[in-house]
Design a protein around this ligand. Structure first.
Ligand SMILES: C[S@@+](CC[C@H](N)C(=O)[O-])C[C@H]1O[C@@H](n2cnc3c(N)ncnc32)[C@H](O)[C@@H]1O
Ligand SMILES: [Zn+2]
Length: 395
């Protein structure tokens, strides 16, 4: 296993651990927030450096962004900033190369280029990207350090973290509201940031697009020769597709005669997928906006449904309370199963629970799907990242 791969896996586990920590006394956050990944940062020559990110690291990153935004380009990304931002390392490396003049600003992959273009209008406008990065950092800081942001008032008095990591000034506090004057954004349980709203698209994109290892590793699961694998010409649903690192592999495998329906409740990610599909000329990818209650798919219209890192989201809504998925999830899942044709398959790929982490176990997932009338035809570990792959058939 390469160092990069080890770092990636460790980072992923940290991400999962971070999520479960955030879950201790509130509903699951809708998106993985940027949990730093110290192991994927370049090894530091100074052994006394702490291995994990510190509050100061976030400030270092914020300060670096502010300098760049204001035209005082520092050539070096400070070590602390690197540590805090391992999640964003590919982006930061890109900016640094731009600043050093060692890169023309051309992006290495078409995916990256399209993601930048979608987000910032042009793939090469680094200053605009930094503005968005700074704003996101401000949001992430509040979300990471104020657990329950969406449901509870901020802690009083505000601890030392209660300031924007980019401009360093304290957030303004009124009742249950925190406001960043610099970024002109507020955080309050009264005005919750809608789950998975386009404002959170940026982290989605960094998840989906800058972690190419992840999309490649799942390609094995899509091979026609394995039970979960897609066949050319199929109608396949990528349910809860997010920023869709897998949609494109599915589209590639089903070929021009098939259809991939990218389904999500977040119109932002669907908009992005439509943009990429149009720009790359992949007409077999269509988007479908689901609601929490209904997948909005026709009955018996689909050959295969993929749920990748999504069933835990659906089941998690109630796992916090009862330990079992509640009726709403079951009803949604039932409608999803109704969309499968007889003989169609549902492929559920999710995280193997770790001690103390409220993920849906393989056994639980099998029971739930069998309760919905599906038959397990194959179960195996996913090629990477501590996930399992369960393939079910509809009689
Ligand atoms: C953790 S992300 C996984 C995204 C993608 N499948 C991946 O593995 O990269 C979960 C996704 O499920 C979507 N989602 C959550 N609840 C949903 C629901 N009831 N119906 C459809 N999608 C949902 C979210 O908007 C989010 O994009
Ligand atoms: Zn701010």
């Amino acid at each position: 296993m390469s160092l990069r791969r080890v770092g990636f896996v460790a980072g992923f586990l940290l991400l999962v651990a971070g999520l479960s920590w955030a879950l201790r006394d509130g509903p699951r956050p809708p998106l993985p927030v940027a949990t730093p990944n110290p192991a994927s940062v370049e090894p530091s020559p100074r052994s006394e450096e702490p291995s994990g990110p510190l509050e100061a690291d976030w400030d270092a990153l914020g300060g670096w962004i502010l300098d760049l935004e204001q035209g005082h380009a520092r050539q070096e990304i400070p070590a602390g900033a690197r540590r805090a931002s391992a999640f964003l390392t590919p982006l930061l490396a890109r900016y640094q190369a731009l600043l050093e003049g060692s890169s023309s600003g051309d992006l290495e992959t078409e995916e990256e280029s399209l993601a930048y273009e979608y987000l910032f209008g042009s793939p090469q406008r680094a200053s605009l990207s930094l503005e968005a990065l700074g704003r996101t950092l401000c949001l992430w800081r509040v979300e990471r350090l104020w657990p329950g942001t969406r449901t509870r008032p901020p802690p009083r008095p505000l601890p030392s973290w209660g300031r924007c990591p980019v401009d360093g000034k304290p957030y303004q506090v009124a009742d249950d509201l925190l406001r960043c004057g610099f970024h002109d954004q507020s955080f309050s349980p009264r005005h919750p940031i809608p789950a998975n709203s386009p404002s959170e698209l940026y982290p989605q994109l960094t998840m989906g697009y800058f972690r190419e290892d992840r999309s490649r590793s799942l390609d094995a699961v899509l091979e026609p020769s394995v039970p979960s694998g897609v066949q050319p010409g199929e109608v396949v649903v990528d349910y809860g597709c997010g920023a869709s690192c897998y949609t494109w592999s599915m589209a590639h495998r089903i070929g021009p005669e098939g259809r991939v329906l990218a389904v999500d409740i977040d119109p932002g990610v669907l908009d992005f997928i439509s943009f990429v599909a149009a720009r790359r000329g992949i007409p077999q990818v269509e988007t479908v906006l689901a609601s929490r209650e209904s997948p909005n798919l026709e009955r018996s219209s689909v050959d295969r449904v993929f749920l990748i890192d999504v069933y835990n989201v659906l089941a998690g809504i109630d796992l916090v309370g009862s330990g079992r998925p509640g009726p709403r999830v079951v009803a949604t899942m039932q409608r999803l199963v109704n969309a499968l044709r007889s003989g169609g398959r549902l492929v559920l790929i999710d995280f193997i629970p770790q001690p103390g982490l409220p993920h849906v176990s393989e056994e639980q997932a099998v029971r739930d799907m069998e309760d919905l009338g599906l038959t397990l035809v194959d179960g195996r570990p996913a090629p990477a990242h501590g996930m399992y792959v369960l393939t079910f058939e509809k009689p």
